[in-house]
Design a protein around this ligand. Sequence first.
Ligand code: ATP
Length: 356
Amino acid sequence: MAEIRLEGVGHSYDGGRTWALRPTTWTWADGRAYALLGPSGCGKTTLLNIVSGLLTPTVGRVWFGDRDVTGVPTARRDIAQVFQFPVLYEEMSVYDNLAFPLRNRGHPKAAVDERVRRVARLLGLEDQLGRRSRRLDPGRQQIVSLGRGLVRPEVAAVLLDEPLTVVDPALKWTLRSKLKEIQRDTRHTLVYVTHDQTEALTFADEVVVLNEGRIVQTGPPAELFLSPAHEFVGHFIGSPGMNVLPAEVADGLVRVGGVVAGRPARELPPGPVRLGVRPEFVRPTARPLSPGVAARVTGVDRMGSHDLVRAEVGGHPLVARTEPGAAPAEPYFHFERAFLFRDEVRCGELAALEGS
Ligand code: ATP
């Protein structure tokens, strides 16, 4: 296994007029699990295909350790791939499907058996090993495909492109955490493409968020949630995503439509900003106990596990996520972890006013 390094790698399908992936320099550390997360068309598959060798980048070099693999075809990159749909030898047993990638590379029989049984145990396939693959339902077939992807210990990386699409929701839940467990056990470098934030957040050591062909932020799941460096990350991660309110910095204060929301935690040049705060960190507050932002409650959506309190600050909508049944009557909201953005990039943090 090896570290994977992209050196100024970019791809354009139309001779450089637009970039499916803008030139990017990036390193994936050996043995970690990465998720590539972003909306449709953001460049996830383009990036994955460049790493797998299905696509040669328009610019830049791809390195596996100290080996420049930029022009090396997929078959000679020593990677494993799992796609959206099962890729199996249907007439072979589950055991033989799992053993195939190892036998094909001349692994000794005992090592093949040990490895197949270990991966089967990790994926809950022990009692399916003798079955013909075509007799399994598509979800189980996909689990066998996952097993084939994970069975070779020596691959440089395992690349997975939306691998849980055909797996039914209940099983998906189990598999997501299992995959994480397996990765810890096998210590593969895993790169997992998804547009589903839950999949990315439960599985990855590090999430790479892409938008419009650009990596906008990378980090552990909690960091992306608690500390978005870019407005897009705030929107895209979270359910619902971060509130973003047009605001103004002037006289050491931050105002939203004339309403004072706080002050910049550190000095910031005056002018327009956007204030971002996640619904989880907007709390209705009783004014005498705590300073708050004046807001008007416009409605409550009862979601069962939580409520979404809809409000308005200075004419702009704001959502707070609260305990179910929490009284939304208080016309003040306390903001925690509120950030300021300029040109979509974080430029500061909001601090509350003392005793206001
Ligand atoms: P999805 O989740 O829908 O697969 P993605 O994030 O994987 O999307 P890519 O498939 O990498 O995105 O596409 C990135 C951009 O490149 C998109 O604007 C897409 O339209 C464009 N693109 C992808 N493949 C081609 C191609 N073969 N020819 C021209 N443009 C392409």
